[in-house]
Design a protein. Structure first.
Length: 135
C-alpha cells in the first residue's frame, strides 16, 4: 500500500487516523489488515522518534497479530525497518523487539535468508543497553 510506498521512497506518510481506520477495517471483515498497518505505523513513529507512542502501538500490534494468526511479508519489512530506525536512535530494547517480530514472521513465511540476518542482528544486540539519542 501507500504507506509502504512512502517508506520505500523515504517520504513521510500522511498523518494516520489510527483511531478510525482499524475500526473500519474490522467492521468490514478485514481485521487481518489491521496488524500489518499497525506495524507500518511503528516504522513511521520510529522515524519521528515518538517513543511514547511506540510502546502501546507495539503491544497492540503484537496482540492483533497473535489473535489473527497473520503472517505477512509487510510485517517482516516494516518491523525490520522499525528495528533499524530504533537501533539508530539508540532505542536498543525497542529495536530488539521489532527485530524479533520480523524474525518470527520471516520464519513463518519461509524467508530463511531474512530470518538468518535478523537472528544475527538480535544476537549482536544481546546484552546491549539503550543509548537514547546516540546514533
Amino acid at each position: 500500500g501507500r504507506c509502504l510506498s512512502c517508506l520505500n521512497e523515504g517520504i513521510r506518510p500522511p498523518e494516520p487516523r489510527a483511531s478510525t481506520r482499524p475500526a473500519r477495517l474490522e467492521r468490514a471483515g478485514r481485521s487481518m489488515l489491521v496488524a500489518p498497518g499497525r506495524v507500518a505505523l511503528l516504522t513511521a513513529i520510529a522515524g519521528t522518534g515518538d517513543w511514547t507512542a511506540w510502546d502501546p502501538l507495539f503491544r497492540d500490534a503484537i496482540e492483533v497479530l497473535r489473535v489473527n494468526g497473520v503472517h505477512d511479508p509487510d510485517v517482516v519489512f516494516c518491523a525490520r525497518l522499525a528495528g533499524e530506525l530504533a537501533e539508530t536512535a539508540g532505542e536498543l530494547e525497542r529495536a530488539k523487539g521489532a527485530y524479533q517480530l520480523a524474525l518470527e514472521h520471516a520464519k513463518a513465511l519461509g524467508q530463511a535468508d531474512v530470518a538468518g540476518a535478523l537472528a544475527s542482528e538480535i544476537e549482536s544486540l544481546a546484552g546491549a543497553t539503550d543509548r537514547p539519542g546516540v546514533p
